[in-house]
Write a protein that binds this ligand. Structure first.
Ligand code: ATP
Ligand code: MG
Length: 748
């Protein structure tokens, strides 16, 4: 039964679906049905009798491919199973498997993941006796990857001074040699890294006309979704494949190009027009996804970009709610308010948690959100990443903390005994384990007496490690959890190790460590908490770090959490974009030029346009950074949204003495079935240079300043077994009882 495309699609969409011959391009705004057109186009081709094996559809994520296949299957049945559909990497890995011998690789070639690649580079750096601080594996891999994605071969790299210019400037003249060695070693090992999957496909098609011809005949119809984010290597592959039949259809949105930092090249869109003068261009202007308010708000933001193809996007949907703006006093409060808003909307509007998504700019931001959701028992899943406490660097630091509190913790010990590297090899570790078993000791007993079990040369680093852990235990006995954790993070070498890694992933790991310390700081700053020790903190997070919980959310409905980058192409009824602050979004790390700022703005545009019915933006006026409370400024992007689309009730600019959010929060609390949570919403913002002062002579009646609660007056001082409790009447948050030894107070 043929589909009625005119009933399912608007006239431009239907035209694009029915125009199956010849090159065609749809560059259109978010939510205008580009992916829908691709889906129906494939269905239509199949209905026309085209063999599914002759259709190639390239998507940006495997998830997108899976969804598209499922949708097509609904329409045309099991034939959809035979479509060639997937990411560039997955499709061409499959092709390379059957053609590998043509380019000298075994068919059973291994695919190195990023970690494998880095380990290999690390080895080569060592063998060449280069400085591994200067030639960080991730930096070197980044350079090699960029070269491969631009199809720069080893020979070109070595011979072209222009290519090497950046390396020379960065005092890394040996990158070319490392590229050469690395490529040779991968080849010898019969291995390809991720970039090779595209690079070698290009080599295959370039050097073997017969093979290219075979795939040109095979893929009579080529389609690419999210075309704006393809890199040069991908562009060339599709151009070559389509060169014969010229049935190629690409869809994308230049306003959603967000991968320039990974080599995506917007000029692929312009090149496309040059490559195919007979091109059919289709315009889609109607957004079917979002309410009018959301579409208008998105338009008002993106028009601030100069480098943009002009597009008018409109929506015929209802106006919908205004965009809500949440102002919170801290990131933890931001988390609480969002968790609470989700809970309320779900209950009041009978929604499923699947209807909600929380989007953030950087992974580290998930911590506060995760903790808040857990407190309200809201299930969540993290797409394209691990939940905070499952991330490697967090597990590493937590392992140090566990070991500090309990040196017999064997799992923790094994995890960090040689991380960061301190020359304790696998053989030494096996020996330690064997000795422990033989002598019926715990592994810690052996480690802390290593000189009795191992020859001096090998035992020295082990003894050094044991000394470190002992010193941590001593620090933790005296200091609160935050001071102890900060000391350990620094002293172990973890911070230095992560700081030196300037890759995107390295940056994200560094931010995560900082975020863990921030979380501990907030933990100890909680005035209601009696025990602020490291042991107490670990106890508190034990539930969150339990990996058994990891997959719980997979079973039922759950709120989706992810970075904006991972949200591309997706849609959710209610969307929260959190951390709308300067230096966070736009990211401080990412903006050194106008082009960078425009990419950040496109990212914001992508985020806004994921929402169907309700969009909420939030920011915190203060956040911890390395344990110091810093005030934050709201993001410039918020000011770019035309204010008429924002719910003014929640807008910033509170009347003196009243926090509008406190008000909102209280209103919300009344609606929720769970007991209202205490919150600290103040207008007070600690000065950046806030320094606590000595409180040993504090007297009742004195005025004090607290970095979180603001100004107040001491009403009573109570001495109890060596500790002093101060009861303070704060101007904004009322009475608080603080332990003087922990409270960071400034006496005025
Ligand atoms: P993005 O730029 O975010 O990738 P897109 O242009 O690919 O968006 P789609 O995801 O294809 O947009 O469509 C957005 C939503 O609108 C989807 O839920 C889709 O089913 C719906 N939609 C698109 N066109 C129509 C139409 N003609 N009639 C009804 N619904 C439509
Ligand atoms: Mg799409």
């Amino acid at each position: 039964m043929a589909l009625d495309y005119h009933a399912l699609l608007n006239p431009s969409q239907a035209a694009a679906v029915l125009q199956t011959e010849g090159p065609c391009m749809i560059i259109a705004g978010a939510g205008s049905g580009k992916t829908r057109v691709l889906t129906y186009r494939i269905a239509h081709l199949l209905e026309q009798g085209v063999d599914p094996f002759n259709i190639l559809a390239l998507t940006f994520t495997n998830k997108a491919a899976k969804e598209m296949r499922a949708r097509i299957e609904k329409v045309v049945g099991p034939a959809a199973k035979n479509l060639w559909m997937g990411t560039f990497h997955s499709v061409f890995a499959k092709i390379l498997r059957s053609e590998a011998d043509k380019i000298g690789y075994p068919r059973s070639f291994t695919i190195y993941d990023t970690q494998d690649s880095k380990t290999l580079i690390g080895q080569i750096v060592k063998e060449l006796e280069l400085d591994d601080k200067l030639y960080k594996a991730s930096t070197v891999l980044g350079r090699i990857s960029a070269a491969k994605n631009k199809l720069v071969s080893v020979q070109q790299y070595l011979n072209d001074p222009v290519i090497r210019q950046d390396d020379e400037a960065a005092m890394r003249p040996k990158i070319g040699v490392l590229y050469q060695q690395y490529a040779a070693r991968c080849f010898k090992a019969g291995a390809m890294d991720f970039d090779d999957l595209l690079f070698q496909t290009n080599v295959l098609f370039r050097d073997h006309a017969d093979i290219l011809n075979k795939y040109q005949n095979k893929f009579r119809f080529v389609m690419v979704d999210e075309y704006q984010d393809t890199n040069y290597s991908q562009y060339l592959i599709t151009r070559k494949l389509a060169a014969k039949e010229r049935n190629i259809c690409v869809v994308g949105d230049d306003a959603q190009s967000i991968y320039a930092f990974r080599g995506a090249d917007i000029s692929n869109i312009l090149n496309f027009e040059k490559d195919y003068p007979e091109l059919n261009v289709f315009k889609l202007e109607q957004n079917y996804r979002s309410t009018k308010n959301i579409v208008w708000a998105a338009n008002s933001v993106i028009k601030n970009n100069q480098a943009q193809l002009r597009k008018d996007v409109f929506s015929d949907n209802e106006d919908g709610n205004l965009i809500e703006l949440i102002k919170a006093a801290s990131d933890n409060e931001e988390g609480k308010l969002i968790a609470q808003s989700i809970y309320e909307d779900k209950m009041n509007q009978h929604l499923s948690y699947d209807n909600f998504a929380i989007l953030y700019r950087t992974n580290a931001q998930s911590r506060a959100m995760e903790e808040a959701l857990r407190k309200l028992n809201i299930r969540y899943k993290i797409v394209g990443g691990l939940s905070f406490y499952q991330r490697k660097e967090i597990k590493d630091l937590v392992a140090y903390l566990r070991l500090t509190v309990n040196p017999n913790d064997e799992q923790a010990l094994r995890r960090v005994i040689n991380y960061p590297k301190r020359g304790i090899g696998d053989t030494t570790i096996s020996k330690l384990i064997n000795s422990a078993e033989e002598a019926n000791h715990t592994i810690w007993e052996v480690v802390s007496n290593a000189e009795q079990f191992l020859p001096a040369r090998v035992s020295n680093p082990v003894v050094g490690f044991a000394e470190k852990i002992k010193s941590y235990t001593a620090v933790a006995a005296k200091e609160d959890a935050f001071e102890a954790a900060k000391f350990i993070a620094k002293n172990s070498g973890m911070i230095e190790e992560l700081y030196a890694d300037k890759s995107i992933e390295g940056l994200s790991r560094y931010e995560n460590i900082q975020e863990l310390l921030n979380g501990i700081k907030e933990y100890v700053d909680d005035h209601e908490r009696e025990d602020k020790s490291l042991g107490a903190f670990l106890q508190d997070i034990a539930l969150v770090t339990d990996s058994d919980l990891k997959d719980a959310a997979q079973e039922g409905e759950a709120v989706t959490m992810m970075t904006i980058h991972s949200a591309k192409g997706l849609e959710f009824r209610n969307v929260y974009i959190v951390g709308m602050e300067e230096n966070l979004f736009p990211s401080q790390m990412m903006i050194t030029s106008r082009a960078d700022l425009e990419e950040e703005r496109r990212l914001f545009y992508v985020a806004i346009t994921r929402a169907e019915k309700k969009l909420t933006l939030s920011y915190a006026t203060s956040r911890y950074q390395w344990g110091n409370l810093r005030s934050c400024e709201k993001s410039r992007f918020l000011d770019e949204i035309d204010p008429q689309y924002i719910n003014a009730k929640f807008a910033p600019g509170p009347a003196v003495g009243e926090s509008p959010f406190q008000h909102v929060f209280e209103r919300r609390s009344n609606l929720v079935a769970t007991p209202p949570r205490k919150t600290v919403a103040t207008n007070y913002v600690a000065p950046a240079d806030f320094q606590p002062s000595d409180t040993s002579n504090l007297q009742a009646g004195q005025r004090v300043e607290h970095p979180k609660f603001g100004f107040g007056k001491v009403t009573t001082l109570e001495k109890q077994q060596g500790t002093v409790k101060a009861i303070i009447q704060f101007e904004e948050v009322g009475e608080k009882t603080l332990l003087l030894s922990f409270a960071k107070l400034r006496v005025l």
